[in-house]
Design a protein around this ligand. Structure first.
Ligand code: FES
Length: 130
C-alpha cells in the first residue's frame, strides 16, 4: 500500500518525540479511525520563526509519516508561513500519491500544525500581557 520511501520514513521518523521547552502544543484526532496526533513547537517569540518541531502520533503509517513530514515542512518558517502548509504539500513529499482512504491522515497533519500554532499564539498573547 505504501512506497519504499514512505516505509523508510515510518521506520526512522526523525522528528518523533516530545520537545523540551515547547511553547506551542497541538492535539488533533479523527473520531472515525481513532488516531491522535500531538505536535510540539519551539517558536522564537521575537521573530515567530519555528526553531524546532516534534510529534507524537498514535495511529497508522500514513499518520506518522504525515506528521514527520509536516515537522520538516514548518521548521525554519514563520508561523504565518507554516499556516500555508497544506495536506497536499504533505502528500507531495510522500511521493505524490497515497491511498484515498488515507488522505484524511495528511489532513490531520495539517490540522496538528494549525492547533500547535493556535496554542503558541495564546502563549505569546499571555507573554505580551505580562
Ligand atoms: Fe486515521 Fe491514518 S487511518 S489518521
Amino acid at each position: 500500500m505504501y512506497s519504499d520511501n514512505v516505509m523508510e520514513r515510518f521506520r526512522a521518523a526523525k522528528n518523533a518525540g516530545t520537545l523540551k521547552g515547547a511553547n506551542g502544543r497541538g492535539e488533533v484526532g479523527n473520531v472515525t479511525c481513532g488516531d491522535i496526533m500531538r505536535m510540539y513547537l519551539l517558536v522564537d517569540t521575537k521573530t515567530d520563526i519555528i526553531r524546532d518541531a516534534k510529534f507524537k502520533t498514535f495511529g497508522c503509517v500514513a499518520a506518522i509519516v504525515s506528521t514527520d513530514i509536516a515537522c520538516d515542512l514548518i521548521k525554519g518558517k514563520t508561523i504565518e508561513e507554516a499556516l500555508l502548509v497544506k495536506n497536499t504539500d504533505v502528500i507531495r513529499e510522500m511521493g505524490g500519491s497515497i491511498p484515498p482512504k488515507k488522505i484524511h491522515c495528511s489532513v490531520l497533519a495539517q490540522e496538528s500544525i494549525e492547533a500547535a500554532i493556535a496554542d503558541y499564539k495564546k502563549f505569546k498573547a499571555k507573554l505580551e500581557t505580562k
